[in-house]
Structures are given as structure tokens and as C-alpha cells.
Design a protein around this ligand. Structure first.
Ligand code: K7E
Ligand code: CUA
Length: 618
């Protein structure tokens, strides 16, 4: 525990006395909050704000990236309760993800992903509750359908993009989800060139992945060739800046080796402003050179496509204000963040007010496009917004959040974060109409603010009440590594289904009657149609031959929500879970002779334990 000085001790004493008075008796042992020097009445107020009574529902969903776990984690706010894990890039035995034919195929050869930035789909710049996109460093983007909270598509690894960090940010109409190379490489992939030729032979690429407005299906949109910088974060313009997407870049020195030294030579790096509507037009005209199977557009040959906005050195986040008028970005070792004025950017472009170029891409003049340098504090990383013109910037070095006003550029409040905040997320904070109310600090270190679990500690997330002028820290909750970024959506925007209805199940191997269950053979190909319903797996046994190629098609014919059944097949590494009304298949070779029990893995009824059978391989 930290010793917080005399003032804190006095406050503690005052708190204990206050509680004693409230309780109408002598002071009992100090409540937990009081130990840390917080007045008791504040603790009680905070508790009331975040308390969601048994049976009551949270007001918001928080979708947090699971970092290199490859998953998404779903929390309720304000309670901070973990509700669900959505497997995306990594097999997850709890839901059988990565074990059935379909999800196995979707994952391909990769059994891990490193997720950073979830992006909720938007209509007119507002979250519409339809889909959730999430990037993977291995050049992929996944789409989760929020109708059933399941991963429906993984696109990639996309050619030419390397280290897809600046992703999966969406444009205001979800026309595109974007990607950017954090690690420039020689392209196409598979070309080996020594690092000494980095500045000339390595390339960055930014990509727009097209999203079908009806189905959400993702496909290749356009790719743009970029100088070999490290493209880090992105954000799409909105309203007045709609049509543009911004990416921060560091190592504009094009250096190699120890980047912490070599990439910090220049005072400024850049934010790349990309005209995605122009990219779309150019791609439609077939512009570009075929590289790695994709047409890559060269901005040096297509004026107007990309501009560089100089920014404090080694920037991290870039964030566009809800009205689209300001682009916020800063060096991550600076004490200020810069607000760039989009109108000034456009004027500078019109007047060709350039300071030079980088590989043929015009560089704008910092002084011509900035409105203010806001003295937020040390180590600004990311900025979120409220409904009232306030901005909130996370400060890694200061381990705090700064609240400041757009337009007047005054810093009005700060709240410490425990410890070392990375991203932060405001309720509906990336939309044209943020909600205010809540802000979550996604901290990198927890330093024992929880029961000890040994050397590997969870990340700590902290809920901040932003309804009043002064921010108030009201709750600590913990997450697995590592929620780089998260988004918060109003719960009533999500219309999830309760079951897969029988009418909607068009799976060719689905069976809804136990009479239709059983084995069909075609040469050495065997299909076993299985029905699961409380409390029998039909068939209760079946026989096949060694060497057969077996497909189990399992249908859960329940139409009651939460009535899941599983199928664990011992010694064959098979683990399927089927939701009510769902059919899944798993295909394998019967390599081992003998008798292999299978059983339901999800506790479904009083006679769940009886839900079992035998596969006999002769
Ligand atoms: Cu951890 Cu957006 Cu990958 Cu910032 S990122 S902190
Ligand atoms: Cu079905 Cu347990």
C-alpha cells in the first residue's frame, strides 16, 4: 500500500469519524476506501453509482480487445462485470471455437492473434449495434455479428500489410475498416532484402477493407503504397472531415536498429491524412501496380491522395473530435497534445502550403495547420470525447487522465490512474454524439490493487464518472492481458437473439428428429447425424471402421435460450458446443481402434450426467 502523506491520514481519520457519526455509534474498523484516504461519503456515493443490484442490468456494454489472447472480452458497465468472452483469433474450448470444421477453417494455420482496436459498426457516425470489427497484428480483421456475438468472418492475412496495428477503425458509414503496416517490409511478402536497404526497399501499406452494407461481408477495397515509416494508430474523419482517414507514423527517419534512439532524431513525425473517397475512385478505375495479387496505388503518382501533417515526435494515438473539426495527436514523450484544425488543413492543401515532400507525398506546415498545443501533461497517448466539448487525454508517463476543453484549450481537471494508462474509452466516445457519463481508463499495470495471483498480474481498468466538472474514480476492475482499446455502446442498441430458430437453420446436415439421427456410409466416408436434446445424445452409440473419414454433424434441437449441449469425444481431441437450434460439424480420420465415450460438456439438466454414448472403431 502506498503511504499518501499527512493530508491523506487526516482525511482517513475524518472519514472514519464521519462513518461513526453516520452509524450513530463509535467508529468501527475503517472501511476499505477510507484506508486509502478517500472520504467515506465519496465511497458510498461511488458504490451507489456502480452498484447493479442482483437481477438488474448494466446500461452499457464494454467491448475490450483481448490483446495477444486473440479474443474479445465483454463487460457490463457501470458494474465492470465480465459477461462473456468472444473467441476470435484463438481456439477457445469453452465454446468449442476452433474445434468444429467451420471455425477451424476460419482460423487457418494461425492459432493466435494480437488484437488491439475493436471498432463497432457505424451508421451516420453513430454506433448501430450490428457488427464489431477487431484487428490482428498478423494482417487480419475479424467481424463479429452482434446478433449472436459470434465471429463470422476473418479476412487475411491481407497481402502487403505487415504488422496490422493501425486497424480496425471504421469510416462513419462502415464503408471501410482500415489496416496499416506497423512494420514496413519489402513487398510482396516473401522478398528478402537486407535491413541496410530499409529506406529504399522497404514499404508501408495502408489498406481499406470494403464492408458490405447489408451483410457486413469484408473484401479487399484499396491499398496505398507508403514510405517505410511505422504506421501506428488510425481514426476516420467524420462530418466535416468525412472522407478522410488519419494514421500516425513514427520512425519517419526510416531508421533501423535500436529505434528508441535511431527513430528519435527528428523533432516531428507525421500524421498521414488519406483521402479514402479518392482511393475508392482510383481503385474503381483500376489504378495501381499489381503487388502480391493486389493493386497498390502510388500516392506520388496520384496527387491529392495522401498528405503528411507534422506532429510531435513518436506519436501514438490520433483522434478526431465528434464534430470532425479537430484532429488530435501528439508525441508520446511530450507534455502537450496538438489540436489540428481541419479547416486549416484544407486551406493549406488548397494553397499548396507545403514544407516539402516524403517520397513524393506533400508535407504540410505544422504552424499552418495547428490550432493549439494543449498542456495536458506528460506522455499523452489517446484522446476521447464527451458530449459537451470536453476531451479526455490519457497520460502514460503521468499515469493520469487530463480533461480539457476543445476551442478554449484549457486543461480543467486531472485524475490519477493506477497505473500507467494506455488507451481510454468514453461511452459512445468515437461517435458524432458521445454520451459522457462514463470513461474507462485501460491501465497497463495493476501493482497489487487486487488479491495476489503471483508474478503475472491482470491489467487494471478503472471507471471514471464524468458527469460533473471534476472527474471521479469510482471502480477498479480487472481484465486479462491485454485490453489495448475498448469501445462502449449503449446496451439497448444491441438486439441479440435468444436462440437460433428452427426455421433459420439451413444447415444441410441438420436433423430435428431423433428418427433421422444415425450413420450413413459412402465408401470410407461416414456421416453421423447427431441430435442433442435434454437429456440424450442420439445415437447413444455408433460403429465405424479404422481409417474412415468421419463427419459428426451435431444439432441441438432445443428452442430454449441458454440450453447449450456439448459433445466431448475422449482421446480424439474433439470438443463441440452447440447453442439452441445450432448445427456444427467436425471431420476427422478414425485413426485409433477401440471404444471412445462421448458426453455432453455443458451442464444442461438434472440428468446431464446421463447424456453420454460410445463411438466404436473396429
Ligand atoms: Cu496498446 Cu492502441 Cu496497440 Cu495505445 S495501443 S496504449
Ligand atoms: Cu446436454 Cu449436458
Amino acid at each position: 500500500m502506498k503511504i499518501e502523506g499527512k493530508g491523506a491520514i487526516l482525511a482517513t481519520v475524518a472519514g472514519i469519524v464521519a462513518l461513526g457519526l453516520l452509524a450513530g455509534r463509535c467508529a468501527p474498523s475503517a472501511p476499505k476506501g477510507a484506508k486509502k484516504g478517500v472520504a467515506v461519503s465519496d465511497v458510498a456515493q461511488a458504490a451507489m453509482k456502480v452498484y447493479v443490484a442482483p437481477g438488474d442490468l448494466d446500461e452499457y456494454y464494454l467491448f475490450a480487445s483481448g490483446g495477444h489472447s486473440g479474443q474479445m472480452y465483454v463487460y457490463g458497465l457501470p458494474s465492470g462485470r465480465h459477461i462473456s468472452t468472444i473467441p476470435v483469433f484463438t481456439p477457445y474450448p469453452a465454446t468449442g471455437y476452433g474445434f468444429d470444421d467451420e471455425s477451424k477453417k476460419m482460423l487457418g494455420d494461425l492459432t493466435w492473434g494480437d488484437t488491439h482496436h475493436p471498432a463497432l459498426s457505424e451508421t451516420n457516425g453513430d454506433y448501430d449495434g450490428r457488427w464489431l470489427f477487431i484487428n490482428d497484428m498478423n494482417g487480419r480483421i475479424a467481424r463479429i455479428d452482434l446478433r449472436d456475438f459470434k465471429t463470422k468472418q476473418i479476412i487475411g492475412p491481407v497481402p502487403n500489410v505487415s504488422g496490422n496495428h493501425g486497424s480496425s477503425f471504421v469510416t462513419p458509414g462502415t464503408e471501410y475498416s482500415v489496416m496499416a503496416s506497423r512494420f514496413s517490409i519489402p513487398i510482396p511478402k516473401g522478398t528478402a532484402v537486407e535491413v541496410a536497404k530499409y529506406a529504399t526497399d522497404y514499404k508501408g501499406v495502408v489498406t481499406g477493407i470494403k464492408v458490405d452494407p447489408k451483410t457486413g461481408e469484408m473484401s479487399m477495397g484499396w491499398q496505398i503504397l507508403m514510405p517505410p515509416f511505422d504506421y501506428d494508430l488510425g481514426d476516420a474523419g467524420k462530418l466535416v472531415s468525412n472522407g478522410w482517414v488519419f494514421f500516425t507514423s513514427y520512425n519517419t527517419e526510416k531508421a533501423t536498429g535500436k529505434l528508441e534512439v535511431t527513430s528519435a532524431q527528428k523533432d516531428r513525425d507525421y500524421i498521414a491524412a488519406v483521402d479514402w473517397k479518392l482511393a475508392e475512385q482510383l481503385a474503381a478505375k483500376g489504378e495501381g501496380q499489381m503487388i502480391g495479387g493486389v493493386k497498390v496505388i502510388d500516392p506520388a503518382k496520384n496527387p491529392g491522395l495522401v498528405y503528411f501533417m507534422p506532429c510531435g515526435k513518436s506519436p501514438h494515438g490520433v483522434d478526431v473530435s465528434p464534430d470532425g473539426k479537430y484532429v488530435i495527436g501528439s508525441g508520446k514523450l511530450q507534455g502537450v497534445t496538438t489540436a489540428f484544425n481541419w479547416e486549416k488543413v484544407q486551406t493549406a492543401i488548397r494553397n499548396k502550403d507545403f514544407a516539402g515532400d516524403e517520397d513524393g507525398i506533400p508535407v504540410l506546415k505544422y504552424e499552418s495547420i495547428k490550432d493549439a498545443e494543449v498542456p495536458v501533461g506528460l506522455g499523452p497517448l489517446h484522446t476521447q470525447f464527451g458530449p459537451d466539448g470536453y476531451a479526455y487525454t490519457s497520460l502514460f508517463v503521468d499515469s493520469a487522465i487530463a480533461k480539457w476543453k476543445l476551442g478554449t484549450w484549457e486543461v480543467v481537471d486531472k485524475v490519477p490512474m493506477s497505473y500507467s494508462i494506455g488507451h481510454l474509452s468514453a461511452a459512445e466516445g468515437d461517435t458524432v454524439s458521445p454520451d459522457g457519463k462514463w470513461l474507462v481508463g485501460l491501465n497497463k499495470l495493476s501493482h497489487g490493487r487486487h488479491l495476489t495471483v503471483g508474478p503475472s498480474q491482470p491489467e487494471s481498468s478503472q471507471l471514471v464518472d464524468i458527469t460533473e466538472e471534476k472527474m471521479k474514480l469510482v471502480l477498479d476492475f480487472f481484465t486479462e492481458p491485454e485490453p489495448h482499446y475498448a469501445q462502449i455502446i449503449k446496451a439497448d442498441k444491441i438486439k441479440a437473439i435468444e436462440v437460433y430458430s428452427k426455421e433459420e437453420n439451413h444447415h444441410p446436415l441438420a436433423v430435428w428428429d431423433v428418427k433421422d439421427a444415425g450413420v450413413t456410409r459412402n465408401g470410407n466416408k461416414v456421416t453421423v447425424k447427431i441430435v442433442e436434446v435434454r437429456s440424450t445424445i442420439t445415437p447413444t452409440d455408433f460403429e465405424i471402421k479404422e481409417g474412415d473419414e468421419v463427419t459428426l454433424a451435431i444439432t441441438n434441437i432445443e428452442q430454449t435460450t441458454d440450453e447449450l449441449h456439448g459433445l466431448g469425444l475422449l482421446d480424439y481431441n474433439i470438443n463441440i458446443v452447440v447453442d439452441p437450434g445450432e448445427t456444427k460439424t467436425v471431420t476427422f480420420k478414425a485413426k485409433k481402434k477401440g471404444v471412445f465415450p462421448y458426453y455432453c460438456t455443458n451442464f444442461c439438466s438434472a440428468l446431464h450426467q446421463e447424456m453420454q454414448g460410445y463411438m466404436i472403431v473396429r
